[in-house]
Every structure is written in structure tokens, then in C-alpha cells.
Ligand binder design. Structure first.
Ligand code: PGA
Length: 222
């Protein structure tokens, strides 16, 4: 399987123009890396237009709702995303658990809704108890809270232990990612040494050169 490298832009950049500037730098390089699946997850408001303008890239969203339409002010349904050509959806990110009080029950409903329309959910967890029983069809991103957005990446040998525990619970088919202060220097060790199938990249995904270097590092760490 190709390593999966997911760019989580979070609530950035401040304008569509700046989003285009990032993609203008990275698009060609990313498209030419045949051995890596790179996924760009911009804010919802840029998703449609960037998907149209950069058709060679793969896109994901940072969240979705659990119902497929109806009186839910402010929400975006999984089938709306699917119709835009979005392939992946990040669900249960620690920032949504923290600031939006998303619980495992809410997140499970979102995962199911995403799977129902054929989106590939990337379920973020920071502990084993957040992994559902039936997780073999999921992509699980292990994101330790101490490492997310802090510039303090998790020790690779500690990440390797978590990887084994998640693998035991989830079964052989689950794709397991590491996320948390990934940078071009540590990227390959999470894949090569700890065994992860890819990375969820926040801050560094907004810095085009760093993101390209992470994608290349993943490509060569197979
Ligand atoms: P970070 O974010 O790379 O900035 O630590 C990762 C994430 O939140 O997915």
C-alpha cells in the first residue's frame, strides 16, 4: 500500500488566494509522486473551488455531519462532500473533541454517515479506548494530545508501541496514521521505524516546501 499523507489545513489560510498559493507550489510535485497518496483537507469554503482548479489532487474534508441533509443549520452532509468529488473525511479530530465537545457517540455517527456515502473516514484518536470495535474499514490516525500543534513530536519508539496496540485491536487491514508535529526530519521514522502507513500533517502542510519534503520522505521510506 502507498503511504497516505494527509494535509490538515485546519482553519487556515486566511484567504482562498493564499490557499491557491500553497497548491501552486506543491501540486506538480505531489502529482508526480506516484508512490504516495497525498490528500489535501482545506476549510469547507475553499474545498469546492480548489477541487475544480486542482483536479489532479486528492481532497478530503476536515469534518462532516452525521445526517444527510435537513434542518441542521451550519452543517455539511457527507453526500454533499461526495458529490463534490471529495474522497476522505477527517472525523473526531482532538480539536473538535475539545472545542465542539464531540463525544465518541457523535463521532461514531459521523463515521457511519461517511461510510454510507462512500467517503473514507480518517478517525482521529489519542487513546485506545476511542477505537470502535468494528474498525477494519477505517483509517485510524493516532494523534497524541501532547504532540498535536505543539512542535513536540511523540517519541518514535512510544509511537511504535501505540501502533502495535492499535494494530492488535483493529486487525490487519486498517490503515494507521501518525499525526502530531510531523516535520520533514521525523516523517520517515514514523513510517519506517514505527510502522505507520502514513501521516496526518497539520502546521507543516501549510508550508509548501516542508509538505513536499514530507511527501518525498514518505515516498522513500517504503
Ligand atoms: P500538527 O497537527 O502537525 O500541527 O501537530 C496535526 C493535526 O492536528 O492533525
Amino acid at each position: 500500500m502507498k503511504p497516505l499523507i494527509v494535509a490538515n489545513w485546519k482553519c487556515n489560510p486566511a484567504s482562498l488566494k493564499e490557499g491557491r498559493e500553497i497548491l501552486n507550489v506543491i501540486a506538480k510535485d505531489i502529482e508526480s509522486q506516484q508512490n504516495v497518496e497525498a490528500v489535501i483537507c482545506p476549510p469547507f469554503v475553499y474545498l469546492d473551488i480548489l477541487k475544480m482548479e486542482y483536479g489532479g489532487l486528492v481532497f478530503g474534508s476536515q469534518d462532516c455531519f452525521w445526517e444527510d441533509g435537513g434542518p441542521y443549520t451550519g452543517e455539511i452532509s457527507p453526500s454533499m462532500l461526495k458529490k463534490l468529488g471529495v474522497e476522505y473525511v477527517i472525523v473526531g479530530h482532538s480539536e473538535r473533541r475539545k472545542y465542539h465537545k464531540e463525544t465518541d457517540e457523535i463521532i461514531a455517527k459521523k463515521v457511519k454517515a461517511a461510510l454510507d456515502v462512500g467517503l473514507k473516514p480518517i478517525l482521529c484518536v489519542d487513546r485506545i479506548s476511542q477505537i470502535p470495535e468494528d474498525s477494519q474499514h477505517l483509517i485510524i490516525a493516532f494523534e497524541p494530545l501532547s504532540a498535536v500543534g505543539t512542535g513536540r513530536p511523540y517519541e518514535v519508539h512510544e509511537a511504535a508501541k501505540m501502533y502495535s496496540s492499535i494494530r492488535q485491536i483493529s486487525g490487519e487491514e486498517t490503515v494507521i496514521l501518525y499525526g502530531g508535529s510531523v516535520n520533514p526530519i521525523n516523517a520517515s521514522s514514523y513510517i519506517k521505524e514505527a510502522g505507520f502507513q502514513g501521516l496526518l500533517v497539520g502546521g507543516a502542510s501549510l508550508r509548501p516546501k516542508e509538505f513536499i519534503d514530507i511527501v518525498k520522505a514518505a515516498c522513500y521510506s517504503e
